[in-house]
Design a binder for this molecule. Structure first.
Ligand SMILES: NC(=O)c1ccc[n+]([C@@H]2O[C@H](COP(=O)([O-])OP(=O)(O)OC[C@H]3O[C@@H](n4cnc5c(N)ncnc54)[C@H](OP(=O)(O)O)[C@@H]3O)[C@@H](O)[C@H]2O)c1
Length: 187
């Protein structure tokens, strides 16, 4: 498979990317790292990304910022960071990527445990991750041409067995899973 991974050199990406590279052609992308430069919060940059990659079989996103802060310190701007940099960025990745993905291809987005099991100080992450999950549940119902979409929802990376994380990505990319929130490292 030809697989595009955005955020390939981040904490999560650097675990997943080598595992995918064992059996697939992998194109890496990030703002300042990877084979192709992209800012997923910009639709123009996303178009430019896919113009460079051409048609792919799978799109994996392990990128997207959101803010951790006490509720009373949260601001409109802090919530907008998650909405723009992680939620809308990944939605636009899918909307744009649909024109560049093969039949029966797959999208694998990233959310996080705080979307379902929030802790104090996580409201910025919770609303962002919860909305990413909701987008995937809904979008999976309308994916054309046999294309699938799932989301990996990891716990804190230090609490996760590396192989469980990798297996989550394999499940999304290489099985019939569709519309699943793939939880990794939840207690
Ligand atoms: N680490 C955890 O414990 C954990 C747990 C649950 C969920 N998550 C979620 O998983 C995602 C990745 O976390 P991480 O810890 O791996 O983050 P990270 O170490 O900061 O890595 C993120 C990667 O994504 C790229 N990136 C960030 N924003 C981008 C953008 N707008 N356009 C293109 N590339 C972008 C960065 O590369 P450049 O700097 O080159 O752009 C970086 O390599 C986040 O959404 C995070 O909330 C993480």
């Amino acid at each position: 498979m030809k697989i595009l991974i955005i955020g390939a050199y981040g904490n999560i990406g650097k675990i997943v990317t080598p595992a995918l590279q064992q059996n697939h052609e992998v194109i890496t992308a990030g703002r300042n790292s990877g084979d192709v430069s992209v800012d997923i919060s910009s639709i123009a940059s996303l178009e430019n990304l896919f113009t460079q990659t051409g048609i792919v079989d799978a799109v994996v996103c392990t990128a997207g910022d959101s803010v951790t802060s006490d509720l009373l310190s949260m601001t409109d701007e802090k919530y907008r960071t998650g909405v723009q940099q992680k939620l809308l960025a990944q939605i636009n990745l899918v909307i744009t990527g649909l024109r560049y993905i093969n039949d029966n291809g797959s999208f694998t987005l990233i959310s996080g445990k705080m979307g379902e099991n929030p802790a104090k100080g996580s409201s910025g992450k919770a609303v962002t991750n919860g909305a990413v999950n909701s987008f995937v549940l809904a979008a999976a119902l309308e994916m054309p041409r046999g294309i699938r979409i799932n989301v990996i929802s990891p716990s804190k990376i230090t609490d996760i067995a590396t192989q469980d994380l990798i297996n989550g990505y394999f499940k999304s990319i290489a099985t019939s899973a569709n519309g699943e929130i793939i939880r990794v490292g939840y207690n």
